[in-house]
Design a protein around this ligand. Structure first.
Ligand SMILES: Cc1cc2nc3c(=O)[nH]c(=O)nc-3n(C[C@H](O)[C@H](O)[C@H](O)COP(=O)(O)OP(=O)(O)OC[C@H]3O[C@@H](n4cnc5c(N)ncnc54)[C@H](O)[C@@H]3O)c2cc1C
Length: 287
């Protein structure tokens, strides 16, 4: 029989996970989990609903950066003006998830821990160097977002662990992020490719720091170091864009499916990396 519990503290939730005799699943917005329960793909013995934990919802500014509670909905993220101004790429990625109805429920933690290679918020969070706070029976630890997903549907979290918050660092002057995805339909579809880019520029528009992350082109989001290297030390000219495009394409190890062939996904990755970097540069140069 499926058991359900809705703890009111993080510690109670950890105890419930640690004490579960069978498989336990965290429930945040439920927009992935409920679909999987109905289809029979997920068969947990215990559901731990963390939406009732007050500490886990909401957004706070901290040390010039932001703490986003893991159970905060996409809608709440989109409505936070300071967060939108500081990290527009993360917010636009979170707000691409689903429809208005889905936005009222879906969370960053659920998007990450569902571990779909095409999850929209994940490349943007990684590009922004976001970290997550993981709570478990041994206490709390803070890890980079990119250390959580180990493969499709798999995470590095222990049985008694779950994510309680995300940290976005203080954004340096003249830096910005952006996220774009390509989908075959106009909305409500799964990314064929997603691209998150973060850049910092100096006073002469030369890039001094960059992160380029691709989604949906490999089993997990890919941090493309060569693509960042193509931008650093340069202005965004045609040569830099060509190098970025080539590096993004080289990093792809996509699947062939009804949304796109390997060749198509690889080509789109280069194009999206160019477009996303152009937006990030434009945003950074205005700051
Ligand atoms: C109609 C529809 C459209 C969608 N469109 C998109 C889209 O455009 N882009 C996209 O990326 N996704 C999309 N999704 C998928 C889904 O909405 C997102 O992945 C969403 O962010 C999941 O968040 P959630 O809070 O609902 O997760 P849940 O369903 O609550 O959980 C998902 C998984 O994460 C685990 N989990 C949840 N919270 C935590 C936590 N705090 N710590 C550890 N593990 C946790 C759960 O146990 C479960 O395995 C769509 C889904 C639907 C139904």
């Amino acid at each position: 029989m499926l058991a359900y519990t809705a703890p009111s503290t993080v510690e109670e939730a950890v105890r419930a996970l640690a004490g579960a005799s069978g498989a336990a699943k965290i429930l945040s917005g439920g927009t992935d989990l409920l679909v999987q329960l109905r289809s029979g793909r997920a068969k947990p013995d215990l559901i731990v609903d963390v939406k009732q934990i007050p500490d886990m919802a909401g957004i706070a500014e901290h040390d010039g950066g932001f703490v986003i509670g893991a159970a905060t909905s996409g809608a709440a993220i989109g409505e936070h003006e300071a967060l939108r101004a500081a990290w527009p790429g993360v917010v636009e990625a979170a707000n691409l998830i689903g429809s208005t109805q889905i936005q009222g429920r879906a969370t960053l933690a659920g998007n990450l821990c569902n571990a779909s290679p095409a999850a929209d918020s994940v490349p943007a969070l990684i590009a922004a160097r976001a970290t997550c706070v993981v709570a478990g029976a041994k206490g709390r630890r803070e890890v980079p977002v990119e250390s959580i997903v180990t493969g499709p549907g798999r995470t590095s979290l222990a049985r008694d662990e779950f994510i309680v918050a995300f940290h976005l660092p203080k954004r340096p002057a003249r830096s910005a992020d952006a996220y774009l995805r390509f989908i075959p339909r106009t909305e409500m579809d799964i990314a064929v490719v997603g691209a998150g880019v973060y850049v910092t520029l100096d006073a002469g528009e030369v890039c001094t720091d960059a992160r380029v992350v691709l989604g949906a082109v490999a089993p997990t989001a890919v941090v493309v170091a060569d693509a960042a290297a193509a931008l650093i030390g340069r202005k965004l000219d045609a040569a830099a864009l060509d190098k970025l495009d080539a590096a993004a394409q080289r990093a792809c190890k996509p699947i062939d499916d009804k949304r796109g062939t390997i060749e198509y996904r690889t080509k789109v990755a280069g194009v999206l990396a160019r477009r996303t970097a152009t937006i990030a540069f434009e945003r950074a140069s205005k700051r």
